[in-house]
Design a protein around this ligand. Structure first.
Ligand SMILES: [Mg+2]
Length: 389
């Protein structure tokens, strides 16, 4: 039950704990009084339930789910996180314990790197990368989410050795304007707008035409209409921003005063009420509007494997790295196929279908570099062996 008014615990508690409090304040307070290990179990269970309540199905999105989402954003906003850092030592220790527990379940892809390459032996690795929060840091102005030169070089090297795709909620041309590597696949609008490499690589077959796939074109006029309505209705809300991703829309909360997050969310929901064919999903400080077709980042992953001729192959090892809730669809596909590896990029505890984790873009870069170096040395076995002797 969401009873946000009854939250008594101070707001500045650590992120995971506040989320648990939102799910069930009474149970959480009693959990805090229990020995630490058992309290951790209770918190994890509450957190899982909280997330399942947050999951958006179809339709315009219920008010309770939206207010739960706003609460969870407040809990993870910088002011609260900073305050959380000043908490008592005992509480900080229990937060570390949460983190350590998660790392046990979803080990760092860097620490199990050797196991990963061993599992990929004899298989074609295909690399899928989310953009925001995975290759670039999350910043206040989405237009300034630049990729560093070092990361760009790393992605270029990855694409030299493996078929590589960027899968983002943003519009495809926007992601391309940041990355500017023609040798990649780009899947924009959560995979609803896919384009293959325009520069030939050793992975592209000479005779194949550049892939272009857009499963939701019929929704374009409707999305445009909603875009105009949202622009009009949100123009007085300071800091709010509606981004037109062509096949989807994003309403950004990053620069909006958190006191009016609920009003903005409610406003978005009220616009959506008249469009039952569109649905609302929730990301990191962003509400997203998209066609209610069965298409997501997971389907996009499968489509790209197919266009590489690898869909039915047992000899493919897809690696998908992402930080967003929408990346879970891709993690689930890999989990279901029992193939490859999902890697969640996250600093805080979270329920995920990814098998491994990395903390932030810097670790993503480290992992990708190791992958490139491993491939380079693997393709020069004799020289490497000779050097060892
Ligand atoms: Mg992301």
């Amino acid at each position: 039950m969401m009873r946000k008014q009854s939250v008594i615990v101070p707001e500045e508690l650590a992120v995971t704990t506040v989320m648990a409090v939102v799910a069930d304040p009474a149970a959480h307070r009693s959990a805090l009084l229990q020995p630490r290990s058992s309290a951790l179990g209770v918190r994890c269970a509450r957190y899982k339930r909280f997330l399942s309540q947050l999951d958006m199905g179809s339709g315009g999105g219920g008010g309770a789910r939206i207010s739960a989402w706003v609460d969870s954003m407040r809990a993870s906003s910088p002011t609260h996180v900073k305050a959380a850092a000043m908490l008592s030592a005992s509480f900080a220790a229990s937060h570390d314990e949460d983190y350590n527990n998660r790392v046990k379940q979803h080990p760092s892809a860097l620490s199990v790197f050797e196991d990963i390459v061993a599992a990929s032996k004899g298989k074609q690795i295909v690399v899928f990368l989310d953009y925001d929060g995975t290759l670039s840091p999350i910043v206040d102005d989405p237009d300034r989410a630049f990729i560093s030169n070092a990361m760009k070089e790393t992605v270029r090297d990855v694409a030299r050795h493996f078929p590589t795709a960027i899968v983002s909620g943003r519009r495809r041309d926007k992601v391309f304007s940041f990355v500017r590597l023609r040798e990649l696949y780009y899947a924009g609008s959560h995979g609803m707008d896919i384009k293959g490499p325009t520069k030939r690589t050793k992975h592209t077959k000479a005779k194949t035409k550049a892939v272009l796939f857009q499963p939701a074109t019929e929704f374009l006029p409707m999305i445009d209409e909603v875009y105009k309505a949202l622009m009009e209705k949100t123009k007085l809300i300071q800091g709010s921003r509606v981004e037109n991703n062509i096949f989807t829309l994003s309403v950004h909360f990053r620069c909006v005063d958190e006191k009016i997050w609920s009003s903005l969310a409610e406003l978005v929901r009220s616009v959506l009420k008249d469009y039952p064919k569109l649905r609302l999903t929730m990301g990191r400080k962003v509400l997203e509007i998209r066609p209610s077709i069965k298409w997501d980042k997971g389907k996009a992953l499968e489509f790209m494997l197919e266009s590489l001729g690898l869909a039915d192959s047992g000899n493919v090892f897809p690696v998908y790295i992402g930080d967003d809730r929408t990346d879970e669809d891709a993690f689930k596909v890999l989990h279901g196929r029992r193939q490859g590896l999902g890697i969640l990029v996250s600093e805080v505890i979270r329920e995920t279908s990814a098998r491994c984790s990395l903390r932030q873009p810097a670790e993503v870069q480290k992992f990708l570099r190791r992958l490139v170096e491993w491939k380079r040395s693997a393709s020069l076995p004799r020289r490497t062996e000779a050097r060892k002797k």
